[in-house]
Ligand binder design. Structure first.
Ligand code: F6R
Length: 242
């Protein structure tokens, strides 16, 4: 696992954007796996900047997001579809048919999971998968205890995850209890994985990810078994690696 130590959040976001721009420019039909949350916001701002400077085009890119809440409409400002449109898609030249976010606003989430997994598989899985890291070790919304064999599936969100994400909602009660997420095996099919971490509150989780036991109780530890992972983090998040 390669570790790239950055000065701060801005530096992390620039380095991550550079890597993604190079990946897109190096492939004819790049497939990107994308994450939401606070951590990649700076990355997306830098991708928009690069697009505006003509350093990159998304016209041949296809994207698959990791996850989506169950029960939110896509025009709900807390849906991940809305986040992606606002933070990236609407500001670059990607065609909307090439962007994929699980549909959480469906009466049949199980069927949606099967459909989504097939779409990713048919696209040949991600050339580059962006991940954030949950404090409890989740990647996507694969919470502790998730089997490493999972494909796209529905999950009951941990209370700790709902609390961590409550900052985006008016109250904890409004945070959905379920989500659809790419599974760990779906994520592990990615050719290259870029995990972004920022801030001292992630330092313990980063230590477990890099040096801890490989266990389903800490889902991100599975990444130790992937041959092409780069962790891009600021000094605070990497401060407990020794
Ligand atoms: C989001 C996702 C989550 C987040 C994680 C960290 O699509 O899959 O695993 O990456 O919860 O979130 P932040 O970046 O807000 O700390």
């Amino acid at each position: 696992m390669e570790i790239l130590k950055c000065k701060d959040y801005a530096d992390m976001s620039e380095k991550a954007a550079e890597l993604i721009v190079n990946t897109i420019n190096g492939l004819q039909k790049p497939v990107l796996g994308l994450a939401t949350g606070s951590t990649p916001e700076g990355l997306y701002r830098n991708l928009i900047k690069a697009y505006k400077k003509n350093a990159v085009s998304f016209v041949n890119a296809t994207t698959f997001n990791l996850d989506e809440y169950v029960g939110l409409r896509e025009d709900d400002p807390n849906s991940y579809k809305y986040y992606m449109r606002e933070k990236l898609f609407d500001a670059v030249d990607i065609s909307v048919e090439h962007t994929h976010v699980p549909n959480g606003d469906t009466g049949n989430p199980e069927e949606e999971c099967v459909r989504y997994e097939k779409q990713i598989r048919d696209a040949g899985y991600a050339d580059l998968q962006v991940l954030g890291l949950g404090l409890n070790g989740h990647i996507g919304f694969n919470e502790p205890g998730s089997s490493f064999d999972t494909k796209t599936h529905t999950v009951d969100l941990d209370l700790s995850t709902r609390k961590a994400n409550a900052r985006f909602f008016d109250s904890l009660e409004q945070v959905p209890e379920q989500a659809i997420t790419m599974g760990i095996s779906t994520i592990m099919h990615g050719e290259k994985i870029v995990l972004l971490v920022s801030g001292i509150n992630k330092a313990d989780a980063v230590k477990k990810l890099v040096h801890g036991e490989i266990t389903e109780e800490f889902p991100a530890s599975v990444l130790q078994q992937h041959g092409n992972v780069i962790v891009i983090g600021d000094e605070a998040a990497l401060s407990k690696l020794g």
